[in-house]
Design a protein around this ligand. Structure first.
Ligand SMILES: [Zn+2]
Length: 219
């Protein structure tokens, strides 16, 4: 049955999750949308900001096709899209390689969102990324308590809501290299990845490298 489904998925026309155009074959998005994904930007972390992470890389601005793919993936759990998005991350790893002994972890979603959606979209990508890159995946972080949703909050309000939100749940950190690759989908104010980095460092991480699919220009 699974083989049949795979065959059907390959040959039946499906819709591009970005523009809705019919596509046939193994492509996940149509070739026109694919061509609109910009090259990896040259980016230097703003050193005037005091972050807890050591470096930050992103694949593309959170706009246009990239924004649409991420939103499509976030709300509909399509395995084909997690393959596709982990490939985009892999390109970022090739351009800015983390040390080979680093471990991959992800920014977790709340228990309520997990119940609502049935899957953790960033965790899925991180697991695929681990398989493809050969780097070890460790589930290091958990949301420690329920907070209000962050939508529509200012940078300062978000920051307040984020402190204390995450905790480290695994001890293996001490036994590994101490270098953690922290994966998330979108970097907006940086408050979330910064708080995750803070708790990872408090529990023994020597370096935290943040990799996201996109960076929003909203502050
Ligand atoms: Zn398209």
């Amino acid at each position: 049955m699974r083989v049949l489904n795979e065959v059907l998925n390959t040959f039946l026309p499906k819709e591009c999750p970005v523009c809705g155009k019919k596509i046939v074959g193994e492509d996940v998005i149509c070739s026109e949308c694919m061509a609109k994904i910009p090259p990896i930007p040259f980016y230097q972390m703003n050193s005037r900001m005091k972050w807890h992470f050591d470096d930050f890389f992103y694949r593309a601005p959170y706009a246009g096709v990239m924004g649409k793919i991420i939103r499509a993936y976030k709300y509909i759990p399509r395995p084909s899209l997690s393959h596709f998005l982990s490939d985009l991350f892999l390109e970022l790893f090739e351009r800015f390689p983390p040390s080979s002994n680093a471990v991959i972890t992800h920014v977790p979603i709340t228990f309520d969102s997990l119940k609502e959606k049935g899957f953790d979209h960033v965790k899925r990508i991180s697991l695929e990324l681990s398989k493809k890159s050969g780097m070890r995946f460790l589930n290091l972080l958990e949301v420690s308590r329920q907070r209000k949703r962050q939508v529509g909050l200012s940078r300062e309000e978000r920051k307040k809501q984020t402190v204390g939100k995450y905790e480290v749940i695994r001890e293996e950190l001490y036994k590994s290299s101490g270098v953690v690759v922290l994966v998330d989908d979108v970097f907006t104010t940086g408050a979330t990845v910064d708080e995750c980095s803070r708790v990872l460092k408090a529990r023994g991480a020597s370096r935290v490298l943040v990799y996201t699919l996109a960076k929003s220009s909203k502050k």
